[in-house]
Design a binder for this molecule. Structure first.
Ligand code: NAP
Length: 311
């Protein structure tokens, strides 16, 4: 198939492009770096008219750390909503046959939800710290549903947990907790630190998404019998405690010092995982990569990608 991956040079987009190419698809990777700006309708429309894709994977976003999203709430909300508006209008006008596939972050669940269960997705506000970004993700669903109803545009929306993996950002202000901890522990080892600080008690359970799994599952949207406008979790319904993840990183990094759990930091919810009931119905035989193995691969990537001067 002919495919477009928007944000194709980003963390998720690059991994997704590799999976799609391995499966034999012809993929155009698009972003501002390759001359396509989603905040400009004519730019995305002429791209889609030229590529005439069978599917558009939308990994483009104006995204950053929680701090960044709070500081730039209006711009983040505006840009991401504008990008979604332009995308759907361009698809409807230039390639209405294309199937749109969106990764929606699970931060768009209600802020107080411990188990992320799809029927409860919109039953409460997202956490105030991600208000702008999370609501922009919900807005994608609104557009997808309306374009499905009025113009028959097909969309599959996935709700995706915090990701980590090969190709993740080197700057810790752009990474989620697992990659951030890997970068900090490699740096601590290079510096010869005797003690590594883990924020909080280490007891909370969190579900993570290894980027290879996310990319593989997103690619399977093309194999489903029908599109899924109402989103489905990419889910295992199980996570790891922060201390299990920290220990796995310590082993993979061969960090010789001790882990120190600093309980001055708040733990937050005891357990946050995504319900996998719907996911298992769709992909009953899918086997996720083991968490410790995913951490080993990510550590190997960071050990070669991180400049030694960063320590
Ligand atoms: N990483 C995660 O943990 C995670 C988890 C769940 C869901 N997701 C979702 O997956 C998507 C991708 O995340 P990511 O982590 O891969 O982000 P990323 O590495 O920052 O990639 C974002 C991409 O979007 C492109 N982009 C930004 N503004 C654009 C514009 N105006 N026009 C065209 N392209 C633009 C960027 O390239 P240019 O700067 O060259 O334009 C970049 O390639 C997001 O929607 C995110 O919410 C990510």
């Amino acid at each position: 198939m002919a495919l477009v991956v928007l944000g194709g040079e980003g963390f998720l987009g690059r991994n997704l492009t590799s999976v799609l190419r391995r499966k034999g698809h012809v993929v155009a990777q698009m972003s501002r770096r390759t001359g396509v700006d989603l905040t400009d309708l004519s730019s995305i429309k002429s791209c889609l008219a030229r590529e005439r894709p069978d599917a558009v994977f939308n990994c483009a976003a104006h995204v950053g750390s929680i701090h960044y999203v709070m500081e730039n709430a209006a711009v983040v909300a505006h840009d991401n909503m504008q990008m979604a508006i332009n995308l759907y209008r361009a698809v409807a006008e230039a390639c209405p046959q294309a199937h749109v596939v969106n990764p929606l972050s699970n931060c768009s669940y209600p802020g107080d939800a411990d188990i992320h269960y799809e029927p409860d997705w919109l039953k409460g506000e997202p956490h105030h710290s991600v208000f702008a970004y999370a609501n922009a993700k919900r807005f994608i669903y609104v557009l997808a549903r309306c374009y499905r109803e009025q113009f028959g545009i097909r969309t599959t929306n996935f709700l995706v947990p915090n990701a980590f993996g090969v190709g993740d950002h080197l700057d810790t202000s752009r990474t989620h907790a697992i990659s951030g901890m890997i970068v900090r522990m490699i740096t601590a080892k290079r510096r010869g630190d005797q003690r590594f600080e883990v924020w909080g008690s280490g007891r909370p359970v969190r579900e993570w998404g290894y980027v290879d799994d996310i990319a593989e599952i997103m690619s399977r949207a093309l194999e489903l019998d029908e599109d899924l406008v109402y989103p489905v979790n990419i889910a295992q319904n199980r996570g790891a405690t922060i201390s299990e993840s920290a220990e796995a990183i310590k082993t993979a990094v061969a960090y010789p010092g001790e882990l120190w759990f600093n309980t001055q930091y708040e733990d937050g919810a005891a357990r946050k995982v995504l319900d996998d009931t719907h996911f298992r119905k769709l992909f009953p035989t899918y086997r996720f990569i083991d968490h410790a193995e995913a951490i080993r691969r990510t550590v190997a990537y960071y050990e070669s990608a991180l400049p030694v001067s960063s320590s």
